[in-house]
Design a protein around this ligand. Structure first.
Ligand code: ZN
Length: 125
């Protein structure tokens, strides 16, 4: 509250776009590269719901929503690291955040979901 941002322009790309939810998480070229990491066929759709459906349909995993949230969190954390800590955004850094968070989620995974989850995250280690 009462924190004045100097700009409302996306810091993750050089497109001088207004930082809207749809831009920062799905339409930004940075976000699209991040989604491409886990979803090779990702093409950003107009609505948040349609973007989530594309990811769900590619993965067909019971934990697709968790993965979607982790990628979104990684993009958001990369954005905040840039604005508040002066860390230059990079795809490598965003992937590192994603992998670290994925490992934390994995340790909390329920045993019945363990095998499918382990096989999936082993692709990203
Ligand atoms: Zn952007």
């Amino acid at each position: 509250k009462n924190f004045h941002l100097q700009s409302h322009t996306c810091v993750l790309c050089s497109q001088q776009q207004l930082e809207t939810r749809n831009h920062i998480f799905f339409h930004c070229q940075f976000a699209r590269m991040c989604w491409g990491y886990i979803c090779l066929m990702f093409k950003s759709q107009n609505s948040v719901h349609d973007n989530i459906m594309v990811i769900k349909q590619e993965h067909k995993l019971p934990f697709h929503m968790g993965i979607t949230m982790l990628v979104s969190w990684s993009i958001w954390k990369t954005r905040n690291d840039c604005i508040f800590n002066g860390i230059t955004p990079s795809i490598y850094g965003c992937k590192r955040i994603f992998k670290d968070e994925l490992n934390l989620v994995f340790h909390r995974a329920k045993r019945k979901d363990y095998n499918g989850f382990k096989a999936w995250i082993d692709k990203f280690r």
